[in-house]
Design a protein around this ligand. Sequence first.
Ligand code: 0RA
Length: 690
Amino acid sequence: MTAKKTTKKKVSSSYGADSITVLEGLEPVRKRPGMYIGTTGPDGLHHLIWEVFDNSRDEAMSGFADDIEVALLPRNRVRVVDNGRGIPVGKHKMTKVSALETIMTTLHAGGKFGGEGYKVSGGLHGVGVSVVNALSSYARAEVHREGGHYSQEYARGKKKAAVKKIGASKRTGTIITFEPDTDIFKDVVFEWNKVVAHLRQQAYLVKKMRISVLDLRDVDEKKIDLESAFYVREMNLNVPSMTFYFEGGLRSLITFYNHHQKPLHKNIFYCERTDVDDNVVSVEVALQYVDDISSRITAFANNTYNAEGGTHLTGFKTALTRTINNYARKSKFLKESEGNFTGDDVLEGLTAVVSVKLREVQFEGQTKAKLGSVEAQSAVQTVFGDMFASYLEEHPDDAKAIVNKSALALRARKAAKAAKDSVLRKGALDGLTLPGKLADCQTKKAEQSELFIVEGDSAGGSAKMGRDRVTQAILPLRGKILNVERARLDRMLSSDAIKDLVVAFGTAIGDVFNIEKLRYHKIIIATDADVDGAHIRTLLLTLFFRHFLPIIEGGYLYVAQPPLYKIVKGKDIRYAYDEKEKQTILKEFGVSELEEEEDVDDEDDSDSVTEAEKPQRAKKVIIQRYKGLGEMNPEELWETSMNPHNRVLKQVTVEDAAEAHQVFDTLMGTDVVARKSFIQSNAKLAQLDI
Ligand code: 0RA
């Protein structure tokens, strides 16, 4: 929505008494979808859900809704329900058509429809939904309002018929269902984990808003009666689902981030101020220090996560440094001779969330990764600075713990500098030859070179034998690498596994890091498809995020996606990378899902086949499930995971790595049950917090 939205907002902010609403058809959206949703790849596809969800969330933020449900349906449909006021269905003064129809089928400025209640322009009320409609082969809007249940359907953004009243209703709310157009999105596959992670984050940002997510994609459509439904969850289907509800808002988010950490003080600092100035609707900050040396600061503007921070973060850091220095001097915790805490000193061990809401929001560049609005800097600096100073005064025990932590950081910084200088400058890395475990490639051209970081010596051995020696290097990793979250640079480099990685990369680390010296332009993490593998991957991503960010930003980092199954029928050998593919291959092989259990062998015992059995045998399909890379022989490993023509690689984005950095493995894994129970218990904890 980036570019277009800004110009539209100008129109709405300058309207006078004889306001003219600019209503445009939806053709531009279908012509240039990228302008409205960024990409037509997976990010853009998921953006459709966020866009529809944002409208319901805005209704909740204005105090009219508190219960939102997102359901993934069969046929790639998505359904978003809220219990807000419902989009008005009556005729709109200017357009002479139903407001619902206008909201769904025109590129409109919003505002007008939103009225006074809407302060935040993150999604002008109902603005994004027409874009989603335009990019959907099918969509349906339902409204429960003023005793009625109304509905209208659309195809590619065009209405199929007028708004109809289809029944009575005692409820109020809006239901939007849409099916992304496969002419626009080549690959319509929603990622459950991605949807859940986004909605969880949103639940933390708007306190006391309930969000449920359900996955009905594998349910027989005949078993779902959507016509008469409001919340799908009321059908009590046995499907994967999760519910998020946090009374404490940002406070709960801090508890969540710190749940495996040791807090240094009892109280979570929290402040909120609304109506700060003309443009700043609200500033909200929560923080707590833990016994760790890294920091985790997360910044949001209008509920959008800003991976690259921006003005709000700058204001926060300035105020934090200044306030802690002032307090430490005044209370004599810090001697004159010790100098001041630097910005980095006061960040050590900090978990913080900064969230601002602005009427007019400006982001730097095309993505929303960095906030540019200048007012946010002084707003956060003043609001947070004042409130944090009072908190330190009023909570002397907490204040003491925080200042002591910064003082420890200051002293450690001075001590570590000497150590670091001697490790890095005096060439602990320069002199080192390539690690013995590394099977390097022959080419010296970084553009052609690939480094596989392989879990375990046995997979490492197979990879060394199966690889293309000219371009592919193998570095086996044994066991788990040191968790770099907690370790200083000097200690990190005493870990052999990490030293091996750094030397293999060729870039060095810390102050002397140089991306120009990177020896491989593809670095591929290849771990097993189990919990340990996921953990090792998380640790590696954390290492890259914290110490080799330019490698991620340069697009050099990948995660291998090895197949889950090998399926053999006679001489025909196929590999399936997910369940769907497995089913497709089985279908091609003429095995139906029912037969599968009876007819399919798990073991290859074809040696003992007698002549008489042969024709029967030829039909047999053998499925092997791979649990780890170590189970593959060199040829299989090459064929499935290394051969550039067949393998599946996922490029790691800064967001992926940031997530690994923040979210621990319970939430990264594929174990839905474990995740679900964690979320539920955590949600309860969060409620008790208050
Ligand atoms: C325009 C005006 C009003 C509400 C909404 C739009 C609205 C839009 C969406 C989109 C998803 N959920 C929504 N809920 C409400 C105000 C109506 C009034 O004043 O009663």
